[in-house]
Design a protein. Structure first.
Length: 86
């Protein structure tokens, strides 16, 4: 799997924006088959940033979300601005 197969798109919900501002996190919809390690590598490669942690959540609708925490020297707001989320 390459990085573009793993990361589908970012989420821009109210909760995601709050997490970005308060906890330096971004939320992405990812492939259901992707592991935390694959997601971490894909985000680091695509956005050229340091990732501290990845948590995943499988919704009841069958969508897998990745909550990606960035390192302190990489503001999530900068990554979101590059993506066009903000």
């Amino acid at each position: 799997m390459n990085a573009y197969d793993i990361i589908k798109h970012p989420l821009a919900t109210e909760k995601a924006i709050r997490l970005m501002e308060a906890e330096n996190k971004l939320v992405f919809v990812v492939s259901r088959k992707a592991t935390k390690e694959q997601i971490k590598k894909a985000v680091a490669e695509l956005f050229k940033s340091k990732v501290s942690a990845v948590n995943v959540h499988n919704t009841h609708k069958g969508v897998k979300r990745a909550y990606v925490t960035f390192a302190a020297d990489t503001p999530a707001i900068d990554v979101a601005t590059d993506l066009g989320v903000l």
